[in-house]
Design a protein around this ligand. Structure first.
Ligand code: NDP
Length: 296
C-alpha cells in the first residue's frame, strides 16, 4: 500500500485564496483592511525566515503587515510597551510575538499581555481556556492547520483513536484539545511515555510533534492510519553535496508512507498550513473586532 499524500501546499494556497477573497470583501463593503503585526526580538535565523515569509504572505492576501524588529537586548518593559501600543492600535487586528524570545524575557508574561482578541497565535491563557472549554477562541495555527487537513481527508473524525506525540503548549496540547473537541479518543504521548511503539500502533490518527528527526519508524504505524507530521528538522544531506542540508519531519517518511493510509510530507505539509491559518485567524479577529460575520 502507498499512502495518499496530503498536499499541504495546495491546501494552504486554497485557504489563502479564500482569505484574499474575504479581505477584498472587507475592503470593498466596509472600507476595512485587516492588519497583522509581527514582533521579532533578536536575530534568530529561523525566526527571521518565518517572519519574512509571514510578512510577504500577509501582503499577498491584501492585508496590511506591520513588522517590529527589536534588538536582542530589548528590555521586558520596552517589549511590553510595544505590545501595549499594538493592543491599542485600531489598524492592527492580529498581533504575533515570534517565539522563542531571548532568555531574559518572560514569554508567558509577554504573550499574556497581548489583547486576547488580537492573539492570532492563540497562546494567550484566555484563548487556551476558551479552547479547553469548547468556547469560541483564537486557535493556534499549527494544530488548526493539521485539523483542517484531517477533516478534509476524513470528513468526520468522531470515534477515531488519535495519538499526539508531544505535549508542548504550542502544538501537542492544543492539537489534542482540537481532536477531543472533534470527538476523537485522544492519547497524548511524551518523553516519559512507556511502550511508545505500542501506543502509536493503536492510532487511527498519529500527529507527530516531537522535534526529533525521523523518530517514528514505519512499524509503529497501524496499516491505513493517517499520519500528520508537524516536525521541521534540518539534517545533514551529504548526498546533495558537502555541507548541504535538508528538511525532514519527525516521521521516517518513506517506510511510514508504505504503511499509512495518508501522510503529510515535510516540507509541503503542515508548514504552509500554519501560515495560511495565521492569515485566516487575522481575518477572523478583524471581523470580530468590527462586529461582522466571520469566514467559516
Ligand atoms: P517542543 O520541544 O516544545 O516539544 C516536544 C515534545 O516532544 C515534548 O512534549 C517532549 O516530551 C516530546 N518528546 C521529545 N522527545 C521525545 C521522545 N523521544 N519520545 C516521545 N516524546 C518526545 O517542540 P514543539 O511542540 O514546539 O515542536 C515540535 C516539532 O514541531 C518541532 O520539530 C518543531 O520544529 C515543529 N513545529 C512545526 C511547526 C510548523 O509550522 N509545521 C510549528 C511549530 C513547531 P516532554 O514534554 O516529556 O519533554
Amino acid at each position: 500500500m502507498t499512502a495518499t499524500v496530503i498536499d499541504g501546499k495546495a491546501f494552504a494556497a486554497k485557504v489563502r485564496a479564500q482569505v484574499a477573497e474575504h479581505v477584498t470583501k472587507l475592503k470593498e463593503t466596509h472600507g476595512i483592511t485587516p492588519g497583522l503585526a509581527v514582533v521579532l526580538v533578536g536575530e534568530d535565523p529561523a525566526s527571521q525566515v518565518y517572519v519574512r515569509s509571514k510578512g510577504k504572505m500577509t501582503v499577498e492576501v491584501g492585508m496590511n503587515s506591520y513588522e517590529h524588529k527589536l534588538d536582542a537586548d530589548t528590555s521586558e518593559a520596552d517589549l511590553l510597551a510595544v505590545v501595549d501600543k499594538l493592543n491599542n492600535d485600531p489598524a492592527v487586528h492580529g498581533i504575533l510575538v515570534q517565539l522563542p524570545l531571548p532568555k531574559h524575557l518572560d514569554s508567558d508574561l509577554v504573550i499574556n499581555s497581548i489583547d486576547p482578541a488580537k492573539d492570532v497565535d492563540g497562546f494567550h491563557i484566555s484563548n487556551v481556556g476558551l479552547l479547553g472549554t469548547g468556547q469560541k477562541s483564537m486557535v493556534p495555527c499549527t494544530p488548526l492547520g493539521s485539523l483542517m487537513m484531517l477533516r478534509d481527508h476524513h470528513g468526520s473524525l468522531s470515534g477515531m483513536d488519535a495519538v499526539v506525540l508531544g505535549r508542548s503548549n504550542i502544538v501537542g496540547k492544543p492539537m489534542a484539545q482540537l481532536l477531543l473537541n472533534d470527538s476523537c479518543t485522544v492519547t497524548i504521548a511524551h518523553s516519559r511515555t512507556k511502550n511508545l511503539a505500542d501506543v502509536v500502533r493503536r492510532a487511527d490518527i498519529v500527529v507527530a510533534a516531537v522535534g526529533r528527526p525521523q523518530m517514528v519508524p514505519g512499524d509503529w504505524i497501524k496499516p491505513g492510519a493517517t499520519v500528520i507530521d508537524v516536525g521541521i528538522n534540518r539534517i545533514d544531506a551529504p548526498e546533495k553535496g558537502e555541507g548541504k542540508t535538508r528538511l525532514v519531519g519527525d516521521v521516517d517518511y518513506d517506510p511510514c508512507s508504505k504503511v499509512a493510509g495518508a501522510i503529510t510530507p515535510v516540507p509541503g505539509g503542515v508548514g504552509p498550513m500554519t501560515i495560511a491559518c495565521l492569515l485566516a485567524n487575522t481575518v477572523t479577529a478583524c471581523c470580530r473586532a468590527n462586529g461582522l460575520s466571520e469566514p467559516e
